[in-house]
Design a protein around this ligand. Structure first.
Ligand SMILES: Nc1ncnc2c1ncn2[C@@H]1O[C@H](COP(=O)(O)OP(=O)(O)OP(=O)(O)O)[C@@H](O)[C@H]1O
Ligand SMILES: [Mg+2]
Length: 349
């Protein structure tokens, strides 16, 4: 274990325990990989803000929140369904704030037993010579993933640690809620005094299905990125496929959309399959059928229109004449629609 095994079981082992352990190990592994990739890519605030795709009001608000709360430098609680961007936002908060370039330490509170976690976080230093994380993170940011999994005694220790820090806090804490057990909120999981210390500043990431046309923006940008990577054409999105993208339930949120975009590109390269069939397969796995969630038709139509203009502007690198030609639109109508959807020619040049 000292050289990196996650845990071990002695024979005869209990299958439930083994399943539980394997699940936790893979979650932890994914968290480590998520954070490692982000750390490599995004050490500065501008890069990370550029990585956030989306032009919906919810995304604009999120960007403002990141800049404001990043600067405010207090503890932050981040909540939201799986794959909505919580880990990414934690990195962004650090990168745009005054602690950029200082320590950024991440731990999952669900990855250890209570005793192990207590030692890992607060010490004393174990015989392997690992420095307690609160020491390691001093002066920087300490990210507590799966904060809902903290036991009551550890919540008490964390609260003491927070209270003993001066103002402003020496170490900034970003707590991330990762698991939404049926009907149990983070407010139920954490003692109120700790909750209020951690959640003075709070960011709740909206699920993908509530982000409207951003679904199409994300899909087209991601498909573009993957087609560059694989050296092939990006798939064209038909009206029907756009409607399906907008209506799918997306339980895995942005992470799931990234997978679908990558597979759509690979499929397109082989010249087989359609986005529709991919989504069908996704939704079979997800169970319940697609829903419109009562969104008005106009919203779909607008989203689709925006996507087509956006795509055409990209293809023609901002040449209004070519776009007018391709979409058979008079200049005035094109200008009006671009203004309506917040599209700016300068972004495509
Ligand atoms: N708005 C966005 N634009 C572009 N990429 C995004 C956006 N939001 C999230 N992503 C990407 O989606 C993937 C999932 O995001 P992230 O790992 O931050 O989600 P999470 O909420 O931490 O998920 P989990 O709860 O499963 O840990 C990452 O690859 C991330 O870079
Ligand atoms: Mg995460």
């Amino acid at each position: 274990m000292r050289v990196g095994a996650y845990d071990f079981l002695e024979k005869p082992f209990n299958p439930d325990k083994m399943t539980d352990l394997a699940k936790r190990a893979s979650q932890t592994r994914r968290m480590t990989l998520d954070n490692r990739a982000l750390r490599r890519e995004l050490s500065d605030g501008t890069t990370i803000m550029k990585k956030l795709i989306g032009t919906s009001p919810a995304m604009d608000r999120l960007r403002e929140d990141i800049l404001d709360l990043g600067q405010a430098d207090g503890h932050v609680l981040i909540d939201g369904e799986t794959g909505t961007g919580k880990t990414l936002v934690a990195h962004a908060l650090h990168a745009v704030g005054p602690r950029a370039g200082k320590k950024f330490t991440v731990v999952s509170c669900a990855a250890y037993s209570e005793d192990q976690l207590g030692t890992r976080l607060f010490g004393p230093m174990d015989e392997g010579g690992q420095i307690p994380l609160v020491e390691e993170a001093r002066g920087g940011t300490l990210v507590l993933e799966d904060v809902q999994a903290l036991s009551q005694p550890l919540q008490a220790r964390l609260l003491t640690f927070i209270n003993e820090q001066g103002t402003p806090a020496e170490t900034r804490i970003i707590a991330i809620v990762n698991d939404h057990e049926q009907g149990r909120t983070v407010e139920d999981a954490l003692r109120p005094d700790l909750y209020f210390r951690l959640a003075a500043l709070k960011i709740v990431l909206p699920p993908l299905r509530a982000r409207g046309e951003d679904i199409l923006t994300l899909f087209t940008r991601l498909a573009e990125q993957f087609s560059e990577e694989y050296g092939c054409e990006a798939p064209e999105v038909t009206a029907q496929e756009a409607a399906q993208l907008l209506q799918a339930p997306w339980p895995g949120n942005v992470r799931q959309l990234i997978n679908v975009a990558e597979r759509a590109v690979l499929q397109n390269r082989r010249g087989s399959g359609s986005i529709a069939s991919l989504l069908m397969a996704e939704n079979e796995e997800a169970g319940p059928a697609m829903t419109t969630e009562g969104k008005p038709l106009k919203e779909y139509v607008d989203s689709f229109e925006k996507m087509l203009i956006d795509n055409s502007m990209r293809r023609h690198k901002g040449s209004i004449a070519n776009v007018m030609d391709e979409l058979c639109l008079p200049r005035r109508t094109l200008n009006e629609k671009m203004a309506k959807y917040g599209l700016q020619r300068s972004d495509y040049l």
